[in-house]
Design a protein around this ligand. Structure first.
Ligand code: FAD
Ligand code: NAG
Ligand code: NAG
Ligand code: NAG
Ligand code: NAG
Ligand code: NAG
Ligand code: NAG
Ligand code: NAG
Ligand code: NAG
Length: 560
């Protein structure tokens, strides 16, 4: 027996040596699984393995993945801005930069269609076994693994060049429960990992309840949104999406299927609730606290500063952001933007407020518009439910055809030096950059037991900036990225040095991202990451633990 054991040991060592590279195995490497390996793996996941064909293949005549079809291509380009064009697919990121022009429908027809930046294979997950088998296969073959839900992520966290993806989109179950634990007793709503905002809200509505969901109705609930914090028009009243979580059903890196709650695996619960998606475990479902429906007042407003001086225009904006604070403190959320010389408020919603109170809260801003003889479009209405408000007042969102950066602006800045904020925002807007803000108050006492960036609790405005995205011009995009990192965000940081940024709506090149995105929680989060994923099976750009890896220019992931 002795020699056999020796032989096995030697074999194991040898296999490990062949494997023990500093990088994840990349397509084309000798370690890359053979066609037969993939076929066998496909069998173990019940035929749910999908080989990537980029959606832009119909727009190209050259390259491995090209499949030119004039009509299909025209349709794809016409529909590109709709989130559904991407979230119904398993690989197309909404933030186009992360597709790296691979098979871009906007590029010339004869530019080659390649997969480059996208994952090579995807498992269309329908249950726990699919997740287990996929992690196991990725582990055995040292392949980069990524979790994809809707593909909304701005920071490229759901895109993995040369990788294998777990696609969670089809886990659509929703179920109402009578929930009881040490920390909460009452109704609860369990949502499968693929449930999107509009579906979760509809499930709640059927019980005359509401839940937190994004302003873009197609953002997933259990994925990056709730795991990363998650704001929406109910956030001032009920807190962030992460604050609503009762438990997470997960599969861990070692294949355990478990429930993390404040009572069990409480460290994992804490990390998943606000510490960011894609790195701690694979979430199969989330159970959240629904709230009773509530009568809601809502208003929208648009005006142009084209016929007044910039001083007048920005003074009105300053008045608006400062004067709505009492509304926000009592439950309102305002979504506003300055694009060039146009200000839009789409909308301000106040669950629990009345139209009369809302009108009073906006009166000083409207008076300034009148005084300055500025035309404006304004609509205010009281709705019997939040559901009706969202349907009438929340515009359908397209994908964001911009490169973003962000900063959480503390209440203290608004109270003590609002002019420093207005000066900074004006400087940014005058460069032709889109300035947007979500005014909200998610301070909670006691602070919920979760990993939400503490900067959120002091924030009055989540400021998000957008520079252009050019579908055909790489250099221009790189320039815009540098502008964001080096020029646009620094003045916002300078006036809010102790704050941070929302990890889901920020610059993917943010320096010192650990502190900026996670605040004082970073080291605790790192420890939980090490505990639940010691072999670093899960990687996502800017996620906790990701600094252990670097991405080479071809997308290959290697140890830093
Ligand atoms: C148009 C638009 C509007 C938006 N509006 C809002 C808003 O109003 N409020 C707000 O808070 N945010 C908003 N966002 C940001 C949004 O919250 C993030 O993009 C978020 O990451 C989306 O999560 P997802 O799961 O839908 O997307 P994906 O891109 O598929 O995934 C995002 C991240 O979550 C991880 N992940 C996904 N599913 C799982 C899972 N089951 N288990 C573990 N990890 C998982 C992924 O690996 C990735 O790291 C918006 C984004 C866009 C593009
Ligand atoms: C996996 O198997 C299914 C069913 O046999 C097949 O339709 C699919 O094309 C296979 N996937 C790959 C990547 O070969
Ligand atoms: C949203 O995207 C669609 C599809 O590309 C486009 O037709 C429409 O003009 C876009 N809407 C806005 C407001 O940009
Ligand atoms: C993924 O699986 C779902 C069932 O869970 C199925 O309806 C869908 O067609 C599959 N999609 C692809 C692209 O294989
Ligand atoms: C890589 O190493 C693991 C053990 O760590 C082994 O199971 C697997 O077969 C190896 N894969 C390759 C391609 O050598
Ligand atoms: C404001 O809301 C009303 C009512 O829903 C709508 O008709 C109008 O188009 C909205 N205006 C803006 C600028 O969004
Ligand atoms: C939120 O509102 C409360 C009053 O309800 C106030 O004390 C607190 O300062 C506000 N926090 C922020 C960040 O605006
Ligand atoms: C994008 O860049 C190209 C040059 O490659 C230029 O012709 C085009 O005008 C740019 N598009 C936009 C919208 O700026
Ligand atoms: C992005 O595209 C460039 C140019 O084609 C290529 O050199 C690079 O390897 C690609 N990177 C990724 C991550 O795909």
């Amino acid at each position: 027996m002795q020699p056999l054991i020796f032989l096995l040991l030697a074999l194991t060592l040898c296999v490990n040596a062949a494997n023990s590279t500093n990088c994840r195995c990349f397509p084309g490497d000798p370690c890359w699984p053979s066609f037969q390996d993939w076929a066998d793996f496909n069998t173990t996941v019940g035929g749910k393995l999908i080989s990537t064909v980029p959606i832009g293949s119909v727009c190209h005549t050259r390259g491995d993945s090209s499949a030119y079809n004039e009509h299909a291509c025209a349709n794809l380009i016409a529909d590109w801005g709709f989130p559904a064009t991407h979230y119904t697919t398993f690989a197309s990121p909404m933030a186009s930069w992360f597709a790296n022009f691979s098979c871009d429908p906007f590029m010339p027809r004869d530019s080659p269609c390649t997969i480059t930046s996208l994952q090579r294979y995807t498992v269309n997950v329908s249950g726990v076994q699919d997740v287990r088998k996929t992690i196991q296969f990725a582990r055995e073959h040292n392949i980069r693994l990524v979790i994809r839900n809707t593909g909304h992520d701005y920071l490229g966290k759901s895109t993995a060049p040369g990788g294998l993806a777990l696609w969670m989109h089809h886990l659509k179950d929703t179920k109402f429960l009578d929930y009881s634990s040490d920390s909460y007793s009452g109704p609860a709503l369990r949502l499968g990992a693929g449930v999107q905002g509009f579906e979760g809200m509809a499930a709640a509505h059927a019980q005359n309840k509401v839940i937190l969901a994004g302003n873009c109705e197609s953002v997933g609930i259990a994925g990056g949104y709730s795991q990363g914090g998650g704001h929406g028009q109910l956030a001032s009243r009920f807190g962030l999406a992460a604050d609503q979580v009762l438990e997470w059903e997960v599969v861990t890196a070692d294949g355990q299927h478990l429930i993390a709650s404040p009572e069990k695996y409480s460290d994992l619960f804490w990390a998943l609730s606000g510490g960011g998606g894609g790195t701690f475990a694979v979430v199969m479902s989330v159970t959240v606290k629904p709230h009773p429906e509530v009568s809601t007042a809502s208003a929208n407003l648009t005006f142009s500063g084209a016929c007044v001086s910039a001083d007048v225009f920005w003074n009105i904006i300053r008045n608006f952001v400062v004067d709505i604070a009492p509304l926000v403190d009592t439950g309102a959320v305002a979504i506003w933007a300055v694009i060039g010389k146009t200000f839009t408020l789409t909308p301000i919603s106040w669950p629990g407020g009345t139209a009369e109170q809302l009108q009073n809260g906006l009166a000083s801003t409207l008076a300034l518009l009148e005084q300055n003889k500025i035309n404006y479009a304004y609509h205010i209405q009281q709705f019997p439910t939040f559901w009706d408000t969202y349907a009438a007042m929340n515009p359908h969102s397209n994908i964001t055809e911009a490169q973003v950066g962000g900063r959480l602006m503390p209440r203290s800045v608004l109270e003590s030096t609002p002019s420093s904020l207005i000066t900074a925002l004006r400087g940014i807007a005058e460069l032709g950059v889109v300035v947007s803000g979500v005014s909200l108050n998610v301070s909670r006492s006691p602070v919920p037991y979760n990993a939400v960036n503490p900067a959120w609790r002091d924030a009055a405005i989540s400021v998000v900036l957008g520079t252009g995205y050019n579908y055909t011009n790489r250099e221009e995009n790189v320039k815009c990225q540098s502008l964001m990192t080096d020029v646009l965000i620094p003045p916002l940081t300078a006036i809010s040095p102790n704050s941070g940024a929302y990890l889901n709506e920020a610059d993917w090149k943010q320096p010192d991202w650990q502190k900026t995105f996670y605040g004082s929680h970073y080291s605790a989060l790192e420890e939980i990451k090490r505990k639940f994923d010691p072999d670093e099976m899960f990687y996502a750009r800017t996620a906790v633990g990701s600094e252990a890896w670097t991405e080479q220019s071809d997308g290959r992931l290697c140890r830093a």
